[in-house]
Design a protein around this ligand. Structure first.
Ligand code: ADP
Length: 450
């Protein structure tokens, strides 16, 4: 058992040292609870003090009036008893009320709420009568306790016509109602505090989970970075042998006297190496884009000549498939701001796809402009795409899988890269397509303002 506790304790300490934010949260929680307790206590003290002051004031005001009456009616105890009964009936906190005569320094009760007291010595501490002589014009209050109940004892001297103290008025008022209310308030405070504690605990648990997630997220980012670094390094390493293979394939092709079979075999090597080279290029681009390392060298470029050149590059492929490939351009298409190599890559990807996904008919590449933008439209009469198929078209590794595409090789990276590059050069790309009829890819760039 102690082992388990020790293990959990050290795990907890390790977790806290790794995540110092948790200490901050606990600190905030403690501060909130302490402040709440402090403010509640302060508030409660003020309420109790005010209530007590109010009660004292109420009793001494009553004495002010009653003393005048007692002065006049000192020889009429029955009358005084009647008034005492009436006053006590109206003030439910009053538990004792008496008039104490002072005859030759002897004290005895002449009228009281409790008739049993009449004729006897007062039960109160004699000290309170002496204290009241300090200022016979004022009432003096004393707090006394009887078991768990608190009382206020208020005493006031009654001066006779010659200025001598002839009697005292003594009242006792119970504070049990106030105390019950205070206890109830304290209880409510503890209930609220319990609620706050519960909320804080829930928040702490949530916070701990968020800290867990953030640790996991940091770790995942590190792993992702490691993966990107590896992909980037591996792709670079693959590039050199591929260049060598393609170089030697070219060299072999130039040898005289090769048989048709040999030539076909060398072509296959070249095509496969080129395919692999393109794939490595795409993977490198994805890794650069992911790491934000894809450099874009923006400059004034002639969109027309770049598009025309890139399109012409597919003439041979298109002819082989029996497709017509046409490039048209409006008059005086203005220059745009872009990276020429990346712009070429965009055109190559779109025209390449159009040729790749068209079995018969035509591919048309058209450049036009209006006052704000230049538009490139790559249209084909190919397999087209349904609305459902187009939904994720520009996502990484997305390929449409159907009978028309199963024979076509690809990675699903081209359109994602194309979109990223276009957006980095402040352009937009959209697609219109009808399944079985063909597709239009529309790319727009703002015209550079000089
Ligand atoms: P890849 O061609 O390597 O599969 P892309 O990202 O270039 O990857 O294209 C994603 C998918 O979009 C392709 O698999 C294809 O199904 C569809 N697609 C792209 N261009 C066209 C097009 N011109 N006509 C029909 N489908 C297309």
């Amino acid at each position: 058992m102690p082992n388990v506790i020790g293990e959990n304790l050290s795990r907890g300490i390790r977790f806290i040292t790794k995540n110092p934010q948790i200490l901050y949260t606990v600190f905030v929680a403690v501060v909130i609870i302490a402040s709440f307790l402090f403010v509640s206590q302060l508030f409660l003290n003020i309420v109790v003090e005010t209530q007590e002051r109010f009660e004292k004031h109420r009793l001494s005001s009553m004495h002010d009036v009653f003393v005048e009456l007692a002065k006049k009616e000192i020889n009429n105890p029955t009358y005084l008893s009647g008034v005492i009964d009436e006053l006590a009936g109206r003030n439910e906190t009053i538990t004792a009320f008496s008039v104490v005569r002072n005859v030759n320094d002897k004290r005895f009760v002449i009228a009281a709420l409790d008739n049993d007291e009449v004729g006897k010595e007062p039960t109160q501490n004699p000290q309170i009568f002496n204290t009241s002589l300090i200022d016979p014009e004022s009432s003096f209050s004393f707090e006394v306790t009887d078991g768990s109940e608190r009382y206020f004892q208020v005493v006031r001297a009654v001066k006779g016509p010659e200025g001598r103290v002839i009697a005292w008025v003594v009242t006792e008022s119970s504070l049990s109602q106030f105390d019950a209310l205070t206890r109830k308030n304290i209880q409510t405070t503890y209930f609220v505090l319990g609620g706050i504690l519960l909320v804080i605990i829930i928040l702490l648990i949530r916070h701990a989970r968020i800290i867990d997630y953030s640790t996991l997220y940091k770790r995942l980012k590190e792993v992702d970075q490691m993966k990107d670094d590896f992909v980037s390094m591996a792709s670079h390493e693959l590039r050199s042998p591929l260049t060598v293979i393609r170089g030697y394939a070219d060299l072999l092709k130039s040898i005289n006297g090769l048989s048709e079979q040999d030539r076909q075999n060398i072509d296959r090597i070249d095509i496969a190496a080129r395919g692999l080279d393109d794939l490595v290029g795409d993977i490198l681009d994805v890794s650069r884009l992911n790491q934000g390392r894809l450099s874009i060298n923006m400059q004034d470029v002639d969109f027309v000549s770049i598009t025309k050149d890139a399109t012409l590059g597919f003439q041979h492929n298109a002819e082989e498939k029996g497709l017509s490939l046409a490039f048209t351009s409006g008059d005086n298409v203005p220059h745009i701001q872009a990276d020429p190599d990346r712009l070429r890559q965009v055109v190559v990807n779109l025209v390449g796809n159009a040729v790749k996904y068209t079995k018969q008919g035509e591919v048309a590449v058209k450049l036009s402009h209006d006052k704000d933008k230049v538009t490139l439209r790559v249209s084909d009469s190919g397999i087209g795409m349904s609305e459902e198929e187009r939904k994720n078209l520009f996502q990484k590794f997305y390929r449409i899988k159907n009978d028309d595409t199963k024979e076509v090789k690809g990675t699903g990276l081209g359109l994602w890269i194309t979109k990223q590059i276009i957006e980095k050069m402040n352009g937009t790309i959209s697609v219109e397509s009808i399944k079985g009829v063909g597709s239009h890819f529309i790319v727009q760039f703002p015209i550079s303002k000089k």
